[in-house]
Design a protein around this ligand. Sequence first.
Ligand SMILES: [Zn+2]
Length: 222
Amino acid sequence: MELRRYLHVGPYDGDNPIRLGVFAGIHGDEPAGSYAVRRFIHLLEDYPEVARGYCLFFYPVVNPTGFARGTRKSWRGRDLNREFWRGSAEPEVKLLEQELREQAFHGIISLHSDDTSDGLYGFVAGATLTEHLLRPALEAASAVLPRNERPHIDGFPARAGILHRGYEGVLGAPPTQRPRPFELVFETPQAAPQFLQEQALLIALAAILREYRKLLGYAPNL
Ligand SMILES: [Zn+2]
């Protein structure tokens, strides 16, 4: 099992770069996130300041067999995004858990598309500041695609496209990691043109980097 990882080190901004993990394609039939990651890496070559102070770890296709087949599940018929930190035997999950333990990211961003949603939304978990990252990301990306304003999304209560509860076993930080990193899931409406979904994700990623840098500036010990 091979897990592709691209490392991008932004311009120097102090001795402790912020380490973020950006994960896409854990559901193999949601390709917008994978292509958006590829475009974002190219974009950083032209706009390096976007990543100032960051060490970005990109994992564009974390379910390679599902991606190749265009299926949500892996070739072994598992929804990998329900398997984390539960003693999973799936090789992809074991590799990713090892990576999540070793890197101890300051923040984790997962990209998804939802075929039941007509707008953008996201889940927040981990550090309490996470909502302050997702909100501006949704606002910025809503220039491209509408936000899902429904009171319930995917069976969970929602407000302005923000959900605080989600499924068990989703890709996230090791349960014992302290301090808690921010953990954010960004969802695009899968029925929208893929180009627009990718565009929305590029805008959202740039907004998250900008806002997190700003938040750390306000509270350096966070
Ligand atoms: Zn998904």
